[in-house]
Design a protein around this ligand. Structure first.
Ligand code: CDP
Length: 249
């Protein structure tokens, strides 16, 4: 039997009552915690928990781009770094950026670029840091969700927030918001990110196989989860900005 990080595959990932290994229904998100403005030193920040996945995002800028020759005359550069702490995973991750982290930094940056008004800041740079504190599946989607909140917290103009989650296929069932074991031992994993206001998909990846009909149903399931996450994002931002005095806004 295939085994990841010393954790054997549970005999069943869905029980006879249709419940998942953590007791969730197939269309249920994990418990979510969200907070903005959690760091003092950055211009914007956000902390997110999707179950056991814990991610922090920090934004610096817009500031003058360095080195100067990299500056773009018509828009800001968006730099993005997705990184997993060594202690975030079962088998301690090596220090430094892995190929996976370099790829995910690019994926997150490209999704954020679709909603950020970079043209308002020519010759500037905006730095986005996504730090995974604990990984239990769906770190890219949690990271993207947190990064868009941190950009909004920094007051950077955006067409919309980005909300993201993964859907997948586990023991033949379509499930929302996969945890690590479902991700590793399931048949398919599909992270999806959307700008919900425009109903537009800004990131979609698929690992594994699904039939066309399953893909359509999985996308609808992702959209349901994304709408729930989006609602929480807006609430947390409204709460923060309604607490500020007019001079601080
Ligand atoms: O985290 P996400 O689902 O976006 O990306 P993934 O590459 O599909 O990884 C799925 C999960 O595998 C992560 O969330 C971690 O829980 C785990 N993982 C790990 O244990 N060690 C790594 N070096 C990378 C990922």
């Amino acid at each position: 039997m295939l085994e990841f990080s010393g954790i054997p595959r549970p005999e069943r990932l869905i029980d006879e009552n249709g419940r998942r290994i953590d007791g969730r229904r197939p269309d249920e998100l994990r418990p979510i915690k969200m907070e903005v403005g959690v760091l003092d030193k950055s211009d914007g920040s956000a902390y997110i928990e999707f179950g056991g996945t814990k991610v922090i995002a920090a934004v610096f800028g817009p500031r003058e781009a360095h080195p100067r020759h990299l500056a773009l005359p018509d828009r800001a550069i968006l730099n993005c770094r997705y990184h997993m702490t060594s202690f975030s995973v079962e088998e301690r991750k090596p220090l430094g950026m892995t190929r996976r982290e370099i790829e995910l930094s690019k994926v997150i940056r490209e999704a954020l670029e679709t909603v950020t008004f970079l043209e308002e800041f020519p010759r500037a740079a905006i730095d986005v840091y996504v730090e995974v504190i604990q990984a239990d599946g769906g770190t890219r989607t949690a990271g993207l969700t947190a990064a868009s909140l941190a950009l909004a917290d920094a007051g950077i103009p955006m067409a919309d927030l980005i909300a993201a989650t993964a859907v997948g296929k586990v023991d033949g069932h379509l499930v929302l918001d996969l945890c690590d074991l479902e991700d590793k031992y399931g048949e398919a994993d599909m992270p999806v990110a959307m700008a919900p206001r425009f109903n537009s998909i800004v990131m979609l990846q698929l690992n594994g196989r699904m039939a066309i009909d399953e893909f359509r149903r999985a996308l609808a399931l992702a959209q349901k989860g994304i709408n729930e996450i989006y609602k929480l994002q807006r609430e947390v931002l409204k709460r923060k900005f309604s607490e500020l005095s007019p001079e601080e806004v």
